[in-house]
Design a protein around this ligand. Structure first.
Ligand code: ADP
Ligand code: MG
Length: 512
């Protein structure tokens, strides 16, 4: 049993360490009294990827029939004892390491007591006093597709592990509400940021970056529509340079668009309220997506309202160095490192490196092409323009691509070794999208091989010149732009299959 050394427990009011003004974006809300700065802090709840729940062996799959994944522990039957799932602890530690955070070798579970119909225990097991992960940092680019856009470092205050609650269903019966406990006891990480963000765009970029990191790490699928990731949005306003203002917290925001709408709405509301002589009340609010506004839900509770205390059923968690090092060794290359490597070692453009690494699936696809022998620069351009363009038209995701990385590498290989031109490669790709055929087979069958043989091209050029004596005279008289005409005629006569470089060289030589 744990020892209750309350004198060692930090007080109910935790020290707030603001990351300072590490951000330099200049988003302002204007009011009658001038410009206001918006301050944003996010508490992101991320469902930990694990087969079973935090303290029970019940499954965690999404979308199954209600109450089919509920153990006696999740239903809070008397006498049931929670047993921590090591995989959930491991994933939280890996996530902490991925954001350069302090890993707390000693952490502990607390009970947060409150009553609600979706919470059979009457308390949520969480970590208030001793979270498993301490301070970390997430580097954010305001526009993730623009390598030259502003970057900022957003502080993470902590990551703690807690249980999810069940779900009330109000649409099943005219007069009754039902409870689905499938989610009850599912493991969540709560990732609490410092109040370091200053604009809706920056908050959006932070969530995107966090989601990207979670997906790389594999600790959360980041699926906001299914509720695996949702944010409590803390917003306050102040005159630039002033102390932090009073904040409101809007709960359970489940898309980046909504997140930005909440911030814009709250900032405007608070500025108007203060300028009208009112005061912002610290409270919990709800977002109404239909009316795009937030509404007061309840006044903010303090920690003591929840009667937090260490859960007597659970021993403290102590992490050995060896376990932490194993977690570290299991991390994949993370987005920032990958992006730098693509740019510096592979010679991929800054823009391409940013877009390729923003999500792991794209980076994996790209690297699979390289493993099949494709050259980095050409592969990155082709993937982002040709493949993404085609998928867009077909309304398919990368995972549903009709062409795989090996087939793509084969196609680019034919361009690289001069077998076909870049232009013909586009036609071949069109055919590949509709048939099961490989690039080389298509080129062979349709006779699309590029002609680089100088003799054959010279013969065609001779014909073109003979047939266009007047144009030749004009060209020689100084009408330089007619050169393109001869290139066009030669290519046309060879059905686009002549090597354009060779055509150019030979024409220059012949026309003088
Ligand atoms: P609580 O424990 O009451 O939720 P915290 O101090 O943990 O309060 O803060 C919760 C979140 O609110 C954090 O993400 C933090 O960055 C953010 N926050 C704190 N103060 C402000 C403020 N004045 N304006 C905006 N966000 C804030
Ligand atoms: Mg909170």
């Amino acid at each position: 049993m744990p020892v209750w050394r309350l004198k060692n427990a930090p007080g109910f009011r935790r020290e707030r360490r603001s990351g300072g003004s590490m951000t330099n974006s200049t988003y302002r809300v204007s009011g009658a009294t001038g410009e206001w700065e918006v301050v944003i802090g996010l508490e992101v709840h991320a469902q930990i990827t694990s087969n079973s729940k935090l303290f029970s062996g019940a499954a965690t799959d999404f979308g199954n029939e209600p109450n089919t994944q509920v153990s006696l522990v999740d239903a809070a039957m008397p006498g049931m004892l929670p047993v921590p799932n090591q995989e959930c602890i491991r994933q939280a530690v890996r996530t902490g390491l991925a954001i350069d955070a302090q890993i707390n070798k000693y952490s502990r579970f607390d009970r947060k007591n409150y009553f609600y119909a979706d919470l059979p225990q009457g308390y949520q097991i969480s970590q208030l006093y001793h979270p498993i992960v301490g301070e970390g940092i997430i580097e954010v680019q305001l526009d993730e597709k623009d390598p030259d856009s502003e970057t900022s470092k957003i502080g993470v205050e902590r990551i703690h592990i807690e249980q999810d609650a069940g779900k009330l269903m109000h649409d099943q019966h005219p007069t009754m509400s039902y409870v689905d406990l499938n989610r009850s006891g599912v493991a969540l990480m709560e990732i609490v940021s410092m109040p370091d963000m200053r604009s809706p765009v920056e908050a959006g970029a932070y969530v995107k970056k966090l989601r990207s990191i979670l997906r790389y790490v594999g600790s959360c699928d980041g699926n906001m529509e299914q509720g695996s990731m949702r944010a409590d949005v803390n917003v306050s306003v102040r005159k630039p340079g002033d102390e932090l203002g009073t904040r409101t917290e809007t709960k359970n925001v489940n898309s980046i668009r909504f997140l930005q709408q909440v911030i814009e709405y709250e900032a405007r509301r608070q500025v108007d309220l203060i300028e009208d002589g009112g005061e912002v009340v610290q409270e919990t609010r709800l977002f109404d997506a239909e009316r795009q506004e937030t509404r007061s839900m309840r006044s903010k509770e303090d920690a003591h309202d929840y009667r937090y205390f260490p859960d007597p059923d659970l021993l403290p968690v102590e992490l050995e160095d060896e376990f932490i090092e194993e977690c570290r060794a299991s991390l994949p290359e993370l987005p920032d490192a990958k992006r730098a490597r693509y740019e510096n070692d592979l010679g991929v453009s800054a823009y391409n490196a940013a877009v390729l690494t923003a999500d792991k699936e794209t980076a994996d696809w790209f690297e699979a092409m390289l493993a099949e022998g494709a050259k980095a620069k050409a592969a990155s351009n082709w993937l982002l323009s040709e493949l993404f363009g085609a998928l867009n038209k077909l309304d398919k995701t990368l995972a549903e691509s009709p062409v795989n990385p090996a087939q793509a590498a084969e196609l680019l290989g034919l361009v690289d070794d001069g077998t076909i031109s870049g232009k013909i490669a586009k036609d071949v790709f069109e055919i590949m999208l509709e048939s099961e055929q490989g690039a080389a087979a298509i080129v062979e069958e349709k006779g699309l091989k590029q002609e680089s043989d100088t003799g054959a091209i010279e013969a065609v050029i001779a014909d073109v010149i003979a047939a266009n004596g007047d144009k030749v005279a004009e060209y020689k008289g100084g009408k330089d732009r007619l050169f393109g005409f001869f290139v066009g005629q030669t290519m046309k006569a060879m059905q686009g299959k002549a090597n354009p470089q060779v055509v150019n060289e030979l024409l220059k030589k012949t026309l003088g």
